[in-house]
Write a protein that binds this ligand. Structure first.
Ligand SMILES: Nc1ncnc2c1ncn2[C@@H]1O[C@H](COP(=O)(O)OP(=O)(O)O)[C@@H](O)[C@H]1O
Ligand SMILES: [Mg+2]
Length: 578
């Protein structure tokens, strides 16, 4: 456990490395602060002995200058320390956030299904925030307080080593409680951060699902849910505050033992003439000032523990090895002909098999329709082509090449996907279409929109192609959104096209139009099409019937109707509906 904390702290320090210059400047500043503290203690002796007892008026006039001068020096030093260490800390936070985000982007679908969006957001925003007073910051505090402590200790020993020994007997006693407090703070920080994750998850869900909440009138229920998480968060924070607040009093009480001993013994030594009054004052000043850095060091330790608690949650994500990545020998896949082969593919999300022994070939330019009851595994099958997941058995080949042996980036360049989830970014319609091919010209974007039968309604919008979608932008119907997604896929111009319920949100009239667009789009491309309405896939070159993760039949519409199997049953059911 201890070594884990230590490793976490070391990793935090590695993030500080690029900012060594700032950290050193801050350290120099902190030494200035220490210097003033130690000088204050040492100036007590001449002050008392020469001025108060020696009654030297010339020296008295120096006193205000010394006080103000030291204050200015200390102030400037502290400013340098604070400014440079805080900016270094913020830059480190920025680096950690960037790393965390880019690493998260590389994680697979499997990871995102297991972890809630709220939880991920919370780690990137809140946990990194708690690390804010990060290793470097804390390091400078620790170094400054340690120097102060060493300086004042030296000053105390210089004044009277016997008295110093009495004062220091107490220090070892403080170590036990201090480390216990640190451990508790780390533990409760982690628990409070986990609750903060839940809290963010509730927030994220309720704001994106606000329509469902309004529809079912569950505002009060959601409020209760939020309050419960919020209270849980407060409870854990209270624990850390309890331990943090206890640390100073505990040390003070222990310190009083040392101070009591010093004064009792010290006064005896003054009376017996072993030391002067000035020496006792200098000594007492050193010892009294010494307990301040001790208290601060313990606060620093509490802070370190809090940082480590949050950092462990951050590093947990960074240590997550993406289970879908480029193999070391991965090659570039150039623009393919579009021959797709599933060879004895079996797949399960968890234990339950979802696809079993699926073999299927699509020749370049062929349209393959997948049909079957919902839950049959159609979306899963086409998802494997995009490597959302890798199959447990079997291989998927494109133009004869195993898709696990090519780079993900080059694989994706050959694919275009339209599914029923019509996700659009908070951006203009133009940029939303251009998303699939960053370099496309405005004319190409508009042409894609035209082919998707989207340009007509886009041009009627007040802002045309520049209309922005989302919060303060235009509201589009499901069918309109879907046509923008289709335009996006058209612009992509990939040799392999995946249409998973791509027309499900369209009404019959616009579907007829979009069918024409899709017919254009499918020409010369290998297309996998999943459609609820069988009328839309009747003309496919090949219809694959899936049930319970297995292929139960393959053929053309005419062939399958003739065999009166599952396809005929599905067809008859729809025919009756229509
Ligand atoms: N992310 C997932 N994790 C676990 N099980 C899943 C996941 N996605 C789908 N499934 C399950 O896999 C099966 C096939 O789902 P899917 O491929 O979406 O079917 P279809 O598209 O044919 O309706 C279903 O039983 C579904 O519950
Ligand atoms: Mg599906």
């Amino acid at each position: 456990m201890k070594s884990k904390s230590f490793n976490t702290y070391k990793r935090l320090l590695i993030y500080s490395k690029p900012y060594t210059g700032r950290i050193i400047l801050a350290l120099v500043g902190s030494l200035g602060v220490v210097g003033v503290d130690v000088a204050t203690a040492q100036l007590m002796k001449p002050l008392v002995d020469k001025i108060v007892i020696g009654k030297s008026y010339t020296l008295v006039n120096f006193v205000p200058f010394i006080i103000v001068g030291m204050a200015i020096f200390k102030g400037v030093s502290r400013y340098i320390q604070e400014f440079f260490i805080k900016t270094a800390g913020q830059m480190i936070v920025q680096d950690v956030r960037n790393d965390l985000y880019s690493h998260s982007m590389g994680l697979s679908m499997r990871y995102y299904v297991r972890n809630s969006t709220g939880n991920m957001m919370s780690r990137i925003l809140n946990d990194v925030g708690v690390m804010q007073r990060s290793a470097a910051d804390v390091l400078v505090d620790a170094v400054r307080e340690t120097f102060t402590l060493v300086g004042l200790t030296a000053s105390a020993f210089y004044s009277d080593w016997r008295l110093a020994c009495v004062a220091f007997l107490v220090l070892p006693l403080a170590l036990g409680p201090a480390s216990l407090i640190g451990r508790k703070i780390k533990e409760y920080t982690q628990r409070s951060q986990a609750t903060m994750g839940n809290l963010t998850a509730v927030l994220q869900e309720s704001f994106s699902g606000v329509k469902v909440i309004k529809a079912f009138g569950t505002e009060a229920y959601e409020t209760l849910r939020f309050r419960a998480e919020n209270l849980a968060f407060y409870r854990f924070i209270r624990k850390t505050l309890k331990y943090d607040a206890a640390s100073a009093p505990v040390i003070e009480i222990l310190a009083s033992l040392g101070i009591a001993g010093v004064f009792w013994y010290g006064l005896h030594r003054v009376i017996s003439g072993a030391i002067t009054q000035g020496e006792l004052f200098a000594f007492a000043a050193s010892v009294l000032m010494m307990y301040t850095p001790v208290k601060r060091l313990i606060k620093v330790n509490n802070q370190v523990q809090r940082s480590i608690g949050a950092a462990e949650r951050v590093f947990e994500v960074l240590d997550e090895i993406p289970d879908i990545n480029d193999s070391p020998s991965a090659r570039e896949m150039h623009r393919v002909q579009g021959r797709v082969e599933f060879d004895k593919v079996s797949f399960a999300y968890d234990e339950e098999p979802v696809l079993q022994d699926v073999s299927l070939t699509a020749a370049p330019g062929e349209v393959v329709a997948l049909v079957g009851p919902s839950g049959a595994g159609k979306s899963t099958l086409v998802g494997l082509l995009s490597r959302f997941y890798d199959p447990q058995a079997g291989t998927i080949l494109i133009d004869g090449e195993d898709i696990r042996q090519v780079t993900l980036e080059s694989l994706k360049k050959n694919l275009a996907l339209v599914d029923q989830e019509t996700f659009l970014f908070h951006d203009s319609i133009r940029e939303n279409i251009r998303y699939s091919r960053q370099g496309a010209t405005d004319a190409e974007v508009e042409e894609a929109a035209r082919l998707a039968y989207a340009d007509e309604f886009i041009r009627l919008l007040p802002g045309g192609f520049e209309s922005s979608i989302g919060d303060r932008g235009v509201r589009l119907s499901g069918g309109q959104r879907q046509r923008i997604c289709i335009a996006r896929a058209i612009l992509r111009d990939a040799p392999i096209l995946i249409l998973d319920e791509a027309t499900s949100a369209l009404d019959t009239e616009s579907e007829a139009m979009v069918q024409d667009a899709l017919a254009n789009l499918m020409r010369n491309r290998t297309t996998f099409v999943i459609a609820h309405r069988l009328s839309t896939i009747m003309h496919a070159d090949k219809i694959v019937v899936l049930e319970g993760g297995r292929i139960v039949d393959v053929g053309t519409h005419q062939e399958l109707i003739g065999r009166s199997g599952l396809y005929k049953k599905l067809y008859d059911m729809q025919f009756r509906d229509e």
